[in-house]
Design a protein around this ligand. Structure first.
Ligand code: AMP
Length: 284
C-alpha cells in the first residue's frame, strides 16, 4: 500500500495505474476510520481495480467554534485498517500542501445549502466542495463514493460534478449503524457513556416518523413536533428534524403519494453534533 502526503506522488501513481488500464476509485475521509468508512472502501473495491483513500481533516469545512482542533486524528490505526482492506494507496496531505496561505479563489453555492446542515453551518458546504474539487483534480479518480449519512453533501458534490464537468462517477453508500441503531461517526467518540446510551433515540424517532408516513400520514408536522419534544426531554438539542425534497433539499410540509423524500435530523447531545437520515417513500 502506498502511503503518501505528496500531491505529485499520488498523481503519478494513479496515472501509471490508468496507463495499465486499471480503474481507480477514491474514498474521501477525514480519518478516524470506522466500519462506515470500511463499508465504502469494500464497496469501492467491488467497483474499481485500485482504491485510494484520502485522509485529511479539512480546515475549510469547520466553523470558528467547531471541533477542528479536537477532531480525532489516528493515522497509524487508519493505515492498519486500510491495509486490511487491501487499499492500494492512502493519500494524507498536509494542510499547507492543500491550501496556499492566501487563496484568491473560492467556491460559492446557491440554494442547495440553504436548509439542513447548510443553514446552521455557514461555509461548511463551500469548504466541502473546495476540498472535494481539489481531491478530484489531484487524484483524478474514475469513481468516488460518499455516504448517505451526509446526504446533503452527496447532493452538493453531485451537482458540483455536473456543473464543473468532473469526469468522475459518483456512488452513494447506505448508512452503517451500531447494533442499537446509532449511525457510526468519528464524532461518536466524543459521547460520554450516558450520552452514548441516549444517542440511539434519534434513530428510533426517525424510524417512528417514517413508519407513520409509510402508513399514510401525509401532513407529518405535528408528528415531528411531538418527536422533537420527546428528544428534547431526553436531553437532545435539536438543530433540525424534518422532511426535505431529495432533489433540491427544500423542506416539505405536505407529502405527495409515491414521492421519495428525505427525513433528516441534526442534533446535539452535550457538545456532540449527530446527524442521521432515512430516505423514504410515502404511500397513501
Ligand atoms: P468523514 O470521515 O466523516 O468525512 O466521512 C467520510 C465518508 O464516509 C463520507 O462520505 C461519509 O458520508 C461516509 N460515512 C461516514 N459515516 C458513515 C456511516 N455510518 N455509514 C456510511 N458511510 C459513512
Amino acid at each position: 500500500m502506498l502511503v503518501t502526503g505528496s500531491i505529485d506522488e499520488i498523481r503519478r501513481t494513479v496515472r501509471l495505474w490508468k496507463r495499465e488500464r486499471l480503474t481507480v476509485g477514491l474514498v474521501p475521509t477525514m480519518g478516524a476510520l470506522h466500519e462506515g468508512h470500511l463499508h465504502l472502501i469494500r464497496r469501492m473495491r467491488e467497483e474499481t481495480d485500485r482504491v485510494v483513500v484520502s485522509v485529511f481533516v479539512n480546515p475549510t469545512q469547520f466553523g470558528p467554534n467547531e471541533d477542528y482542533n479536537h477532531y480525532p486524528r489516528m493515522l497509524d490505526e487508519d493505515l492498519k485498517l486500510c491495509r486490511k482492506q487491501r487499499v492500494a494507496a492512502v493519500f494524507h496531505p498536509d494542510r499547507s500542501d492543500i491550501y496556499p496561505s492566501d487563496p484568491l479563489f473560492s467556491i460559492g453555492i446557491q440554494r442547495l445549502n440553504e436548509h439542513l446542515c447548510g443553514a446552521t453551518r455557514p461555509g461548511f458546504f463551500e469548504g466541502v466542495s473546495l476540498i472535494v474539487n481539489k481531491l478530484f483534480n489531484i487524484v483524478e479518480p474514475d469513481v468516488a463514493i460518499f455516504g448517505q449519512k451526509d446526504y446533503q453533501q452527496f447532493r452538493v458534490v453531485s451537482r458540483m460534478v455536473e456543473e464543473f464537468n468532473h469526469p468522475v462517477r459518483l456512488l452513494m453508500s447506505d448508512i452503517v449503524r451500531a447494533k442499537d441503531g446509532l449511525a457510526l461517526s468519528s464524532r461518536n467518540s466524543y459521547l460520554s457513556n450516558q450520552e452514548r446510551l441516549a444517542a440511539p433515540s434519534l434513530y428510533r424517532s426517525l424510524r417512528y416518523i417514517s413508519g407513520q408516513i409509510e402508513q399514510g400520514v401525509n401532513e407529518p408536522g405535528l408528528l415531528i413536533q411531538h418527536q422533537v419534544r420527546e428528544l428534547e426531554e431526553k436531553g437532545f438539542e435539536i438543530d433540525y428534524l424534518g422532511i426535505y425534497s431529495v432533489d433540491d433539499l427544500s423542506p416539505l410540509e405536505h407529502l405527495e403519494s409515491g414521492r421519495n423524500v428525505l427525513l433528516a435530523a441534526a442534533v446535539y447531545l452535550g457538545k456532540t453534533r449527530l446527524i442521521d437520515n432515512l430516505l423514504l417513500s410515502s404511500k397513501h
